[in-house]
Design a protein around this ligand. Structure first.
Ligand code: HEC
Length: 196
């Protein structure tokens, strides 16, 4: 399968998965239209220079952005990515606390909240820096998203199945996803340009 077809089938898998109650093709079409509208709405909030860069992205990149959006159901019209990230860190910490105290509910609820974290106003791209808005740079985004969100959901399942050992072992994979994404898309938080 070509990279593009793989993305498309993955994407439809997500959409269909997200709307199990409806029947196949029609729900995929609806889901697709919804996601396009969502992405379009985010683009409209961007300044023209960012809009131009986003519009120039390949269909593959846009599909993977929509695949990420499809994994979330909470969209904020005011939260910044930094605010969302601090909320994500709080969920990460309470998830760890749940594991350390053998609390199935604390672990699973925190992990699912983490996996379905808020999407900041305008989506992720406005916070990534202009230099990162290219097909090459954004190609790694979905992988980091999967390793955080995917493993957080697995961790919740493991906790609910009473398997805290597996839950604990997934912490490392989630952390690698956080650290990997930061290495590509973030600089040192709070670094001062007034130091020599
Ligand atoms: C999709 C990429 C991505 C993933 C995955 C990711 N982050 Fe972030 N994170 C960022 C970016 C980009 C910033 C910088 C945002 C800014 O400064 O506007 C950031 C910033 C942060 C900050 C600093 C906030 C501040 O006040 O400056 C924390 C803390 C953080 N992330 C925690 C986490 C944790 C915990 C995880 C994993 C559970 C995680 N992040 C996963 C992209 C990511």
């Amino acid at each position: 399968m070509s990279q593009r077809n793989k993305l498309i089938s993955k994407f439809f898998g997500l959409v269909i998965g997200a709307s199990l109650m409806m029947s196949g093709t029609a729900s995929a079409d609806n889901g697709m239209a919804e996601l396009k509208k969502l992405l379009q709405g985010q683009i409209e909030l961007m300044k023209p220079e960012l809009q131009d860069k986003v519009k120039a992205l390949s269909t593959d990149t846009k599909m993977s952005l929509m695949a990420i959006l499809a994994m979330h159901s909470r969209y904020s019209d005011k939260a910044t990515l930094r605010q969302v990230m601090l909320e994500v860190l709080a969920d990460f910490q309470s998830m760890t606390m749940g594991i350390m105290t053998d609390s199935v509910e604390m672990t699973a609820d925190s992990a699912r909240r983490l996996a379905n974290h808020r999407i900041p106003v305008g989506g992720l791209l406005p916070y990534m820096g202009m230099e990162n808005i290219s097909d090459d740079r954004l190609a790694v985004l979905e992988g980091f998203n999967d390793s955080v969100e995917g493993n957080a959901n697995k961790l919740a399942d493991a906790a609910e199945a009473g398997d805290m050992g597996t839950a604990a072992s997934l912490l490392g994979q989630i952390t690698s996803g956080c650290v990997g994404c930061h290495a590509v898309f973030r600089s040192l938080p709070g670094a001062s340009d007034l130091l020599k």
